[in-house]
Design a protein around this ligand. Sequence first.
Ligand SMILES: C[S@@+](CC[C@H](N)C(=O)[O-])C[C@H]1O[C@@H](n2cnc3c(N)ncnc32)[C@H](O)[C@@H]1O
Length: 240
Amino acid sequence: MTIERFQQSADKEKYVHSVFAAIAHRYDVLNTTLSFNQDKYWRRFAVGQAALPAGGKALDVCCGTAMLSLELARRAENATITGLDFCEEMLTIGRKNIAGSEHGEKIQLVQGNAMALPFADNTFDCATIGFALRNVPDIKQTIAEMRRVVKPGGRVVSLELAKPSAPVFKQLYYLYFEQVLPLLGKLGVGIEGPYRWLPESLKCFPHQSAICEYFTEVGLKQARYHELTGGIVAVHVGVK
Ligand SMILES: C[S@@+](CC[C@H](N)C(=O)[O-])C[C@H]1O[C@@H](n2cnc3c(N)ncnc32)[C@H](O)[C@@H]1O
């Protein structure tokens, strides 16, 4: 199977599930270490773009260990946050993170698939997805599902790795991302495979400008994106 066919297949879902099941216990610490602690800033920025009102309802798709869900909970008073992920091992860590937070009682975690969200149309004030559009077999379907469950006027926000363009920075970044990071990941989790997936998944992932077009194509208005940290991360925003 070609890498392009794999990217859109059910095999990809199974593979991605196995990757996150294997790294769940070290995910948070490796995320922070490998991103030089930038992940917190990126999540804060994404949550700011989601504009969750006080007392509102947010959905955090592919919530993993609930770090973005917790940031949403911290930001909006009396809000309720639903985190959804298909990997029980990641949700287990998420439940521990929630239990350890003063904002945890605002969050509930459910198991489900991002490509077929188990919620009625127009349920949430905003929907976020963090570092996960790369992982789903159909990016546009996932964004369309997020749009479907958001109320009119609500925002859909994606925080995701992107493709930097500044010449020297870009070369240094890809050297780190493709050569150094998989080795550090292997040291962190004790097996090689999972952190090889990270650079692989970015190779076939569309440029941030193309993701922005997907936002428009599924019917989101005012689609735009913000590049952070020299363009290694992008935050996309669209309004229903
Ligand atoms: C890189 S982690 C991101 C976790 C979290 N959003 C964060 O900001 O750290 C990607 C998550 O997406 C989940 N995931 C991937 N494909 C999924 C799908 N089709 N449905 C639900 N969850 C999925 C994985 O289980 C994993 O927890």
